[in-house]
Design a protein around this ligand. Structure first.
Ligand SMILES: NC(=O)c1ccc[n+]([C@@H]2O[C@H](COP(=O)([O-])OP(=O)(O)OC[C@H]3O[C@@H](n4cnc5c(N)ncnc54)[C@H](OP(=O)(O)O)[C@@H]3O)[C@@H](O)[C@H]2O)c1
Length: 432
């Protein structure tokens, strides 16, 4: 056994308090696995007097995070404060003074990963961040290490538990978005201000991190096309259900057909009920990876919560601790492919469109003509109702999003179309 490795923990909230608990409860197992005891050197918080979810020696608590991260006796800095500042400055200071860093901070890595990764490289510091995407699910390390010999084509995932809980409730009970959100808030699945979740910001940050690793390229949150779920109605969910689909908020990272660019997007989409992601209920997360040689892989589990996220943080702590003892470090960020991130218009998708039309001769032909003009072919058409209340429900074949959006604009301008009642992208089935 070598001398203890000392950990500075930044933040002791939902995740941090569980990291403290697991370090204490698994002390001897962790020491045996690492080959050295892991000891807490200090815990930086905002308010010393706050009640914590675990027992913690008050002597370890400090509000002086700046001094803690550069202390000589600290080996590993674990950042679970969240947000951009002071997390970024603290991580940079830690790396500059030779510490290994573990973070769960998706917002920071997606906004300014370049600065953090560069600092890791320049300071020869370890940087692990498994908990930043999909909580407990081992996903980044499999993508970064186990799949390093393959060529990932697409990553398709449910990476936000709050929105999955809301959409699942809407699907299983027929609830409205507002009622499902209120229930999620009452159960602690959604925050009082749910914007980051329901508007897709959280999922977009995770999509940027996933795409960067999967495609060996730099992708930031600003590159991600983002749409949230606030506009989804109970009627949209019911109509999807009637057609054998379920609506999910998806993060989709896909290589273009020529392989020269990638598209990264977060938006609600209809997926067939037979798709493995359709069975992901409540607040669970799942990510589907399609790779040239491995084929289709699915990663499933708890995407958030104190203990599940702390499990991923602990895994990273063990990895960096072992690296320190072996005097080595984990793999650096890989961005050599430097692929262009293409705009949403170039992404290939399909669309479900419902139109309120008058049931008159020639309407269907004129509608079909608009699709043809934009080079969008129709897979299925169904007519519901008769007379003045007729509705045409059209599902397209694959086309660029730009062509699909242009088609919808043209449909809106047609005098025979009273209203475009619903538009939803369709993913997850590879109909020709
Ligand atoms: N919660 C999850 O399920 C989950 C899942 C995956 C990833 N994450 C990520 O994990 C990180 C932490 O999330 P969380 O849910 O644990 O957050 P949280 O419950 O809000 O805890 C944040 C902690 O940081 C401390 N803090 C805030 N500002 C500080 C400052 N300036 N200096 C020192 N300490 C400061 C707070 O201190 P006080 O306690 O004194 O206020 C609190 O202990 C975030 O990056 C988040 O995205 C969370």
């Amino acid at each position: 056994m070598t001398k203890p490795l000392k950990i500075a923990l930044l933040g002791c909230g939902v995740v941090g308090s569980q990291v403290v608990r697991l370090l204490r409860e698994q002390e001897s197992d962790l020491a045996a696995r690492v080959g050295a005891p892991l000891e807490l050197a200090g815990v930086a918080v905002r308010k010393l007097g706050r009640k914590r979810d675990t027992d913690i020696d008050p002597a370890l608590l400090t509000t002086d995070a700046e001094s803690l991260v550069t202390r000589d006796d600290v080996d590993i800095v674990v950042e679970v404060i969240g947000g951009i500042e002071p997390a970024r400055s603290l991580i940079l200071a830690a790396m500059a003074s030779g510490k290994s860093v573990v973070t769960a901070n998706k917002a920071l890595l997606a906004e300014d990963g370049a600065t953090i990764h560069r600092a890791a490289r320049e300071n020869d510091a370890d940087l692990y961040f498994e908990a930043s995407v999909a909580g407990a699910i081992p996903l980044l390390r499999p993508l970064r290490e186990s799949m390093a010999g393959d060529r990932v084509q697409r990553v398709l995932g449910i990476v936000n538990g709050t929105t999955n809980y809301i959409l699942d409730k809407m699907d299983s009970t027929g609830a409205s978005f507002t009622d499902a959100l209120e229930e999620a808030q009452a159960l602690g699945y959604a925050e009082a201000d749910p914007t980051a979740d329901v508007e897709g910001f959280d999922a977009a940050a995770k999509a940027a991190i996933l795409a960067g690793i999967a495609f060996h390229s730099r992708v930031t949150a600003a590159d991600v096309h983002r749409e949230g779920i606030t506009e989804i109605t109970a009627a949209d969910v019911a109509s999807a259900k009637a057609m054998g689909y379920v609506i999910k908020l998806l993060a989709i990272c896909a290589r273009s057909e020529d392989g020269r660019s990638v598209g990264v997007r977060v938006h609600p989409a209809m997926i067939p009920r037979s798709h493995p992601l359709a069975g992901v209920r409540e607040a669970y997360n799942a990510v589907f990876v399609e790779a040239e040689s491995a084929g289709r892989l699915m990663f499933y589990g708890a995407g958030a919560g104190g203990a599940p996220t702390a499990s991923a943080v602990l895994g990273d702590i063990v990895a960096v601790a072992r690296n320190r003892i072996a005097n080595t470090r984990g793999p650096e960020e890989s961005t050599y492919a430097d692929l262009r991130v293409h705009p949403m218009g170039e992404s290939i998708t399909r669309c479900h469109v419902s139109l309120d039309v008058a049931d008159k001769p020639g309407v269907l032909a004129r509608v079909a003509d608009i699709f043809a003009k934009h080079d969008v072919s129709i897979q299925t058409v169904r007519q519901e109702g008769r007379g003045d209340d007729a509705q045409l429900v059209i599902v397209t074949h694959r086309a660029t999003d730009a062509a699909l959006q242009a088609t919808i604009e043209s449909l809106r301008e047609m005098d025979t179309v009273r209203a475009v009642a619903g538009v939803m992208r369709v993913e997850g089935d590879e109909a020709p």
